[in-house]
Each structure stands twice: as structure tokens, then as C-alpha cells.
Design a protein around this ligand. Sequence first.
Ligand code: SF4
Length: 344
Amino acid sequence: MKQSLHECTLADLESFSPKQAPLLSHMIFRENALNEHPNLSSKLVQKLKEDFQLTLPEISQVHESSDGTYKFMVRFSDQLEVEAVLIPFHRRYTICLSTQVGCAMNCQFCYTGLQGLKRNLTAAEVVGQYLVVSNWWKDKNTEALMPNIVFMGQGEPLHNAEAVKRAIEVFTNPHGINLGQRQITLSTAGYLPGIKKLTDFVPINIALSLHSPFEDQRTELIPINKSYPLSEILPPLLELGKKKKKFLTLEYLLIKDFNMSDLHVERLSELFSGERVFFNLIPFNPFPEARFERPDPVEIDLFKEKLVSKNLRVMVRTTKGDDILAACGQLHLEKLRRTKNANG
Ligand code: SF4
């Protein structure tokens, strides 16, 4: 199969022709076409058409939620599918992208973790996923701005670090999709070999799925914490934040009677007081076979206030798309379940 132009960075396009790279970027990423143009050499267009392809993945399903969230199943040429979610957030939409089909991390609160890893996505597939969803959105809303990106869908992005790094370089090409570094957030479960590679990435926002400050309890939720404990992953992540002058976002699932005690507040304060971190509290989004429960709003407020009283920066994320199972991996499993039921 021919290589995709969707994984070409600006530097790659400049290697074909420094002068024509900006126009090529516009055509590939804004128009998804390579046409004759008075400012492009016909020979170069011909050569690129012979050597590369511009095929995008397909959207196989769209589910709309009552809160304005859309969830998509995106199908690649080998018929495997991932999910992408378009979420209304502040003034523009954000697309939650997948980076792998399935996931090897086996987090206990996540449906995708139950499926295991099928394969990595290529950089072109990550970019293609963004383009089909944002094109779909632009067809509905001609005035829509290019959506921001969070890498929080299926897969551990740093377990597929090379492809994700390349895709981020494509997203930030100023002549193509033209997202700013602050418009992209990568969330990791704490895969240390990938964390070590972050120093070579364009400096985007980084989020860590923390969920507990205690090693044993975190391992219970995120099994890779056994191989890569907090004691090893926090120093490089906090150091990176200092170096790049960025806040590290700490994603913290709020689970009833599990990780919201005063002991948790004390330990979080010991670990993070004075650090450039920001807590994103996420009330657990229950799914059919989940062994955890969502806390009630009073418990959520109390936990938040206790963290604030320790001078930690905190916000509570309102869960979008509950009615279409928008938490990572859930739509896919629902579909599998329905298929299984249909087959008896
Ligand atoms: S939460 Fe993310 S890293 Fe963990 S199993 Fe699910 S997809 Fe993988």
C-alpha cells in the first residue's frame, strides 16, 4: 500500500520542495486533494500522486448525546475500528482521539482495557481520524473552528509514541491543520518508556491518569503502575513541566468509598504542594459491569474543597455524553455485546 500524505510533516513536504510546501500543506490537510495549481509544479503533483495516497478512514457510526457530544466509530482499511468523540468545550469543540485499536494497559475502570491491544494506529490513521471527524463537523457547521485535540480515546498514546509524536507534528504544521501546542493534550496512564520520549515532542499539554496517590491502590486501578510506579514516573513528568513551563494535569477519577478519604487528601498534598500541577476531578462514569460507583454531588464538593484548602489547583470535569457511553472504549464494547447477543 502506498504511503499516506497525511503523515507528512512540514519538514517532509519541504524535502519535496521548500517553496511549495506551504501550498502542499494547505491542499493535503485543508482540501484533502492534490490538484493542478499555477503555483505548483505539475511534475511534483504527478510524482506525489504516483507515490502517495490521500485516502481517509470512514465514519461507520455516529451517536449524538443530549449534551451536544457526538461519538463516532471510525473504520480503517483493514476494517478495524476505533472511537473518536467530539465534545463541546468552552468556545470550541475538542476531539478525543484514539491512538491504538484496543489497549494493553488493562486499567480496571475502562472498557477498552478489557479488549487487549489489537494494533497501533499509524500517524496517518491518527491524523485521518481527526480529519474525517472535523470534516463531518464542518459540513454541519460551516463556521466551525478546527477542533482542539485530547489524546484520551482508546489506547495509551505513549505506548505508540513515535506515531503520536509524528501526528502532533502534522497537527501543528502552521500551513496545514495549524493547531497551537496549547490546543493539544496528551493523557498517559504512566507508561515510563514513552514518558522518557516526551522531551523530544512538540511541547503540548500533558495529563497523567493519577486516580490514587498510593502505589498499591493505583496498581489496583492501573496495573502498569506495578512496573512503572508513581515514584518513577512523577519525577520526569514534573521535571518536564518545569522545563517547558507547563502545568501537569492530574486526572483523578472520583470513585465512591475508594479514593476520596482524608488520607488521600493528605498524601496528595504531600506529593504535589508547590508543584506546577492542576487537578482535574472526574466523577466516575459507570458502565454496565463496573465494580465502582459514582460519588454523590455533596461528596464531590467536599473532596474538592479539601484539596483547595491545601492550596492545590482543582476543577471538577462535568462528564459529557453519559447517555452514549462516552468514556473511553465503551461504545465499542456495547457494539460487541449487541453483536454477541444478536448471534445468541
Ligand atoms: S484508560 Fe486508557 S490506558 Fe487505560 S486501558 Fe483504557 S484506553 Fe488503555
